[in-house]
Structure formats: C-alpha cells, structure tokens
Write a protein of this length. Sequence first.
Lengths: 353, 367
Amino acid sequence: MSAERKGRLKIYLGYAAGVGKTYRMLDEAQALRAEGADIVIGYFEAHGRGDTIAKTEGLETVPRRAVSYGGSQFEEMDTEAVLRRRPAVALVDEFAHTNVPGAGREKRWQDVRALLDAGIDVLTTMNVQHLESLNDQVWRVTGVRVRETVPDWVVDEAEEAVFVDLTPQALRNRIERGVVYAPEKARRAMDNFFTETNLTALREIAMRHAAHEAEDKLRPATARAPSGRRERILICLTGSPSSAILIRRGKRMADYLQADCIAVHVSGPAGREREAVERHMSFARNLRIETHVVDGPGVAAAIAGFARDQRITQIFMGRPGPRPVWKRLHESVVQQVVRQARDKQITIVAQRG
Amino acid sequence: MADLSRRPDPEELLRRVQAEERRERRGRLKVFLGYAPRVGKSFRMFDEGRRRKERGEDVVVGSVQGDVTPDIQAILSQLELVPTIPERYAGREYQVVDLAGLFRRHPQFCLIDGLASDNPPGSRNPQRWQDVENLLGRGIGVITAVNVQHIRERQDDVARVTGKRAAYSVPEAFLIDADDIEVVDAPPEALLGRGDQTGLPDARQLAELRELALVLAANVVDRQLQGYLTSHGIAATWGVQERILVCLTPRSNAAPMLRSGRRNARRFHGALLAAYVEQENLDPEDRRKLEANLDLARELEAEVHCLKGGDLVDAILAFAREQHVTQVFLGHTQRDKPRWFSRSPIDRLIEEAVDFDLRLFPHGDRA
C-alpha cells in the first residue's frame, strides 16, 4: 500500500522509563483530538499508571492482536487493522519494541513504517539508549547492553523529535512512590539500572543527542573535508567480535561528519570466521553501510589498494588483540596498514570494555 | 564552552566542598530551561508547584510573568500568591518580588517566573536572580524558569543567531549551582503555529537556540555527574562527552590535526585538548616550530597542556586517562621500514590504547 503523501513521524525521546514520554504524547493526542483530528491509539502501554490511563479518555483504540508463542499469549499492535481503519494520526507507544515471533513484522518500527507509507501520521515514544549508534556508549557508562535497538536512519526519518526531560532525582522519587514500576520491581530497578550515576549519564547522552538532532536539521546535506573533498570513511571488517563496536563507531563518526561510510572485508581462506563476517556484513547493511569483499593475497595491501581506488580519506580498524611475544617480531595487520596507507588518516578504535 | 567542560582541579574541589556546606543551609533551587518564549516553561513550573502542593508541601507563588494563559490561570487559582509590588521609575513599570513578604511567610518552596527581570534603581538587588539568591540564603526553596537567550555567557551565541542581545541576563554560574535543571523542549514548528508571532525568532533561529539550550543543559548535567562521581569517590574512566587530544611535536604536521580536532569537537559538542611532551635540548629551529604549533592550538581554542616525564607514550597514556580522553590524534611515524626489536611509539600506543580511539595523521598536507 502506498499513499500519495507519506505520513509524518514524531518521536517523544527520553532517557529512561518513567520520565513522562507517553504522558506528553497523550497530551498532544488530546490536543489534536480537540482540534478535530481523526486520531486513534494503535498501541499504548499503560504500565498501570493512573494519570497516564486518564489521559487516554475519549481516544479511540484499535484493539490489539493476540499472538500465541511458546504456549503463552502475547498482545501486539494490530497493524493491518490500523491500516484498514486509516486514521489521519496513529499513536504507537514504544518504538523500539521487538514483536513476538510469528506476529508479522519483526520490529515495531517496521510496523510504524508501514503506517507512514500508507500516509498515516504517527506519534511514538523511545528512549535514547535504544539508538543503535549509542549502544556501546550506553554499555560503557551503565554496564548494560541494550538488546532492542533501532537503526539511526529510521529515527532520522522523523520530522520532529521532542526531548522529554525529568531530573534523575524526580524520576527516582517517582519510582520510589511506585508510579513507574510495581514495588518489588522498583527496588531492583533502583539498585541496578536506575542508579543516580546511570540516570545522570543517560540524561546527558540524551541531551547531547537531541542537540545534535536539532543541529542536523539545519545543515546542508553535504559537508566537505578541510581539503574540500568529501570525507569517505572505510571500516575494515573481520570476524572478530569487536567488529560490531568498530561498525557503530565508524558509522557514528561518519554521521556526525556527514561523511560517506563503506565497509570492506578481505576474504581469506574459507574458514570458521566466515559466519561471523557474514553476520557483521549484514549488521553493517542494516545500518545502511555499503559493504564490499575484496581478495587478498595480503590483507594490508588489499585494504590499502581498496582505500586508494575508493578515494577513502579515513580508515577505521579494530585494535589488534594481545599477541604472544614471539609474534611481535612480525607486524600486525594494523601496523602494516599504517605503513602502507600513510597518506590516509587511520583510526584504531578502542574496545572500551 | 570551555569553562564548563574542564575537569575539576583542587581549587574547584575546595569550592565544591564549600558549596556543599552552603547547600545544606540553603533552600533548593530548581530551574526550568527553555530555548524561546512560549515553549511552555511557565506552565511546567507552576504545574510542578501544584503537584508539590498536592503532595503536602508548602508552596507559594512569588511572581507571575506576562499574559497568563487559561491553563496556567487554572493552576494559579489553586496556589497561594504573595504578589509582586508594582513600582514606577523613569516612566517604566516594574514588578518587584516582595522579598520581605516572602521572608515573613517563609514557605518551603516559592515559584518565581520571569527570572531574567530587572528591578528599578534603589531596589535591594538590581536583578531578580539576586532576589532568588536571597530567598535561597534564607532557606526558602525556589522553582524558576529562564530562556537560554537570557544567560549572560551565551549572549555572543545568541546574538550570532538572532542578531539581538537580551537586555537583562542571568549568569551561567546560577544554573551550574542549581540543584536541579530541567529542559523544557518542544519542536520549533509548534511554537510558530501558536498565537502572536511578533518578536519571535524564525524557524531556523529557533532550531539554533534549541541546540544552544540542549548543549548548555548537557554541560551543566556533565558538571553534576563529575561532581557526584568525585563526592562519592568513584573514579570513572569513561565520559559521555567526546574529548579529543591532539599530540604535538616540533615535527608534526599540526595544522590538519588541530583543524580536524576542532571540527570534531564542534560536531560532537566536545572538548579539544592539545599536549606536548617537554623535551630538553630542543634545537632553536624545532623550538620555533613547536611554538608555532602551540600558537595555532591556542588560536583554535584548544586547552594546551605541557606533559612532564621522559617517555612519550607513558606520558600520553597517563594524561589521556586522567582527562577522560576519547580520541587521541597523532602524526604517522616518518619511518618507512619496521625496525625489529624496537617498537616505535605508535606501535606501543596501538597496543596499549585500550580506552580511546587512536587516529594517525599523514605527514604531508594531503589530509
């Protein structure tokens, strides 16, 4: 289904559960309804919060769809029903949610894109730690690896992002009063994720991201390197587990510098690494990074040659792992690239473990 | 924004301890920060007052600003008001916060709208934010609201965006010392669609002011985070802010490294540092080149540090760790061939740089 006009996406962005994203979104929905807009609730998660539930009064809700999985019943947004209902505006909570297997699309943001394609405007909510590009930073700061992520390009398609703020102390007070979670869960949350340091750091990350987004909307589409050439960043992929960090870091840098971003893997003898490499390549493609495979013989020479052909300005590589002393007599691939591509900027990315 | 992004030095720690002691006697200060009129600051402030009152706290309103919208009027009708005192001076109307009345009433919290107002000559304080200081000093908590346009240290940025400077302004230190700061955000489009448009910046200006407000808030929050970590004895090796260290030597091709570092720092709203390792017996030519590089660093507003200590790699690693650096920029080695058994500084940095990205720059001018 494709409409003449794509729907507009508006995201209420916060830094943790309980800061008031859904409440603000419902506030706007009520204002739109008062103006006579045809608006429905596609999906809304009340979490038993009284003041939030009160805000849904008078709003039409499209019933959810029951999905059974592993012997249990789950409820997901009934995207097809919302499409049939065809409102002007749909309200869809929790943008980063992963649907139960067998419920149609894998991710809620994919459901939302289907609504947008049909010309329906969507209001949604999301926490900043679900952004793919911030995954490592959030992990480093909080010790928590967020599993449900949304690629940045999906979020960048939003016409508006509103930052919903609350001080960490006020949030912790709300959790203590049982507004956000049930009492037992609240205690665990306060001791683990919702510590004052974690919340303060996440809040700072969210503010910087929101500032960046605001600025991004102002800039012309292309930027130039100091020399006047467009920056082109090359990410060198291997089968190493740290490749995911490398991909996110390179892509984040490219996005901030408005540079092109491509990834390359030098194929070696077919082996046990292949599966891991394929996974990393597909992860890169999900982030809209163009991927290439080139042939050896020497890995460093192949990378240097590819970088020259592709007019790369910066090469991103992972740190070589710890090596036994006798192997240090030979150069690591990184050191060889450093020597062979000396006209390029080369960034060796920290693992930040 | 270098003043906000620096790490604490001993002086600052002392000030922080003193501030802590002062804070125990002082009332709590909460500031709602917005980026333009009509973003909804006043509503959020009064709404917080209402909620606190409902929870049993003793809240009064000390000042109300401008035209009161119906939703704010609805809240005000539930709150006690200590009205401002109207005064005339040189043909101008002023509304002055009734400090004496508030001292007598001595509530737990006082709501002060229009923080960036001034008082007529002869008043107790020239500006309203100083009235707020007096209230806090008497142990009265204050909740207030201000626009980024009225922050004194941001006047150059604001003037660059809007072409105008605010007549009255609040020092940034007032925000930094606040116990809580909360951002009131709304998309610029929403502001433009609302009511009287006269005097309101256009969409582009609003977006730039919004960015200014968010970065200012992030820097204040970063201060709070560092303060919290320090006071709880937590040594964090990570930072939320990007901090870029450019390593300079007499021979390094400093200009592209520093320019790229400046651009990076600006794009990430981060900090730019430059460091060189003190070397004795530099020949005059190298000394002159190093000085020129350092001059350029200062010109690009990098924070310049001189590192003592013999070994280049050890000095860089220690400094980077201490300063929570996230990216280190260094020139490529000029050597062509690997030298067996003696690893170059770059080889050692590649192996030992766990916490930061290491970016190597070409020696030529082609970057």
